[in-house]
Design a protein around this ligand. Structure first.
Ligand SMILES: [Zn+2]
Length: 199
């Protein structure tokens, strides 16, 4: 298959003789992924994936990029993938969990919420009211209210672990953990664990 589009040489599925199943199998070998970490994009907590890698028994993170004989970047030794979203709420990460499961396999999904997160500074109705006043926009039905802010860490972690477990795009065999991270000390505390169903 040839394409007039200038970037098509960089598209796996646009290559001649493309085999979707074989390409997927090659991906699964390219990165030995075990754990997906969903955490907050707050610049104070960029160490969370490192802490989770240690918490998981010393998994490799960030690892090293693997290059082939042509110098192309074809893989990585990392065992931990990351999704950074506001407050580390699971709702924003569902599609990423599904995609990474499909391409690399995921054994454990870890949700991390952290102390003094910005999402503990406002309420669900407060953000709706502010958007109406400041932007003339009604976001009252735009987002799941239970996922908008954090007012109780045990509740927010339990909510997100349950949300992931309910999602059809999260494999039943995956363990799902909810961890609290102390922003100042870097300490991780396990709050919720939902063990996966063996395949
Ligand atoms: Zn945060």
């Amino acid at each position: 298959m040839t394409s007039p589009h200038p970037f098509s040489e960089y598209v796996f599925s646009a290559q001649e003789g493309f085999d979707e199943a074989a390409t997927r199998a090659a991906f699964a070998h390219a990165i030995p992924l075990k754990t997906l970490v969903i955490y907050c994009l707050d610049p104070r907590v960029t160490e969370i994936p490192h802490a989770v890698a240690r918490f998981m028994g010393g998994q490799t993170y960030p690892g090293e990029v693997i290059t082939n004989e042509h110098g192309q970047r074809v893989g990585s030794t990392t065992e931990v993938a990351t999704v950074a979203v506001a407050a580390g709420r699971a709702i924003d990460a569902l599609r990423s969990v599904t995609v990474l499961e499909h391409l690399f396999g995921v054994e454990t999904v870890v949700v991390v919420h952290h102390s003094n997160c910005g999402a503990t500074s406002y309420s669900a109705h407060g953000i709706v009211d502010a958007f109406r006043k400041e932007n003339g926009a009604d976001i009252s039905a735009a987002y799941d209210h239970g996922s908008v802010c954090i007012d109780d860490f045990e509740a927010s972690l339990a909510y997100d672990v349950a949300l992931l477990r309910r999602s059809p795009g999260v494999p039943m065999h995956a363990d799902i953990l909810g961890l609290f991270y102390n922003t100042d000390t870097g300490e991780l505390t396990e709050v919720v664990r939902d063990a996966g169903t063996p395949r």
